[in-house]
Design a protein around this ligand. Sequence first.
Ligand code: AKG
Ligand code: FE2
Length: 272
Amino acid sequence: MDIEDILNLDTYPVDDSGTPGGQALIDRCRGDLLGNLYCTIPDFVSPQALALMAEEAAGLKAGAYHNHSLRNCYLHQSKDTALPQDHARNLQDRSSVRMIAYDQLVEASPLKTFYQSEIVQELVAGIVGEGPLYPNIDPYQPANYVYYENGDESSWHFDSDNSFTMTLMIQPADNGGIFQMSGNTRSASSENYQQVRDVLTGKREDTIVSIGREPGALCIFKGCHSLHRVSPVVGDQLRIMGVFVYEFSPGVGGDPKVNATIYGPRALGNPG
Ligand SMILES: O=C(O)CCC(=O)C(=O)O
Ligand SMILES: [Fe+2]
């Protein structure tokens, strides 16, 4: 399927970002990202492309790596015994998701076509506003399917990368699987451990927004300073996301050790 059929160009004429439609979309999303730390574009991908992506994801599901652990919100799995038990760094929670890596996608994959599209890259670069974007060249990271089964969740965390994260909702869960964020929990100058702990222990529900997303919605968010989570999925319908990694310079790949924790031992060159 071509990118012109994947994108919902009737609603969003983004094939030429110089057109009023494309620029208006960039301006709206850029304002949302600056103000709220996230933006969403509903119905960005056509129902036909979503059906193809869901079909591809279903066909690949058996080969997904089950990435599960107890971790703190800084994505570390070990505790710091020098700190109190109830310090934010020692509060652990479970995370359980299932990953299909980029190298498992076929050449004609609609997820790949979407990711590699210059139209998409230019639009997202306009929204993020930090210069042109380039595809990541890692064998595993560029575009993934992430599945959440009944009971799976991604507990409160900060993303480790200081740029932005981009996801596409392919199939929401029947219940649960809600993306939630507590904006600006920490900053570049302060870890704000008290506030982090209050969010983790449910004392600051007033700061939490639930970011609704229907199938086809693209979401761009800044998760490095804002705690966010995916609440536990309830029911048999899989939550299926597309997750994408772009770079601000060409030729950037991933770290094999980090990849092994996300995609399993095979990412270190080991079988399994
Ligand atoms: O699946 C989502 O909605 C977001 C998951 C997440 O936290 C991330 O990709 O960093
Ligand atoms: Fe995240």
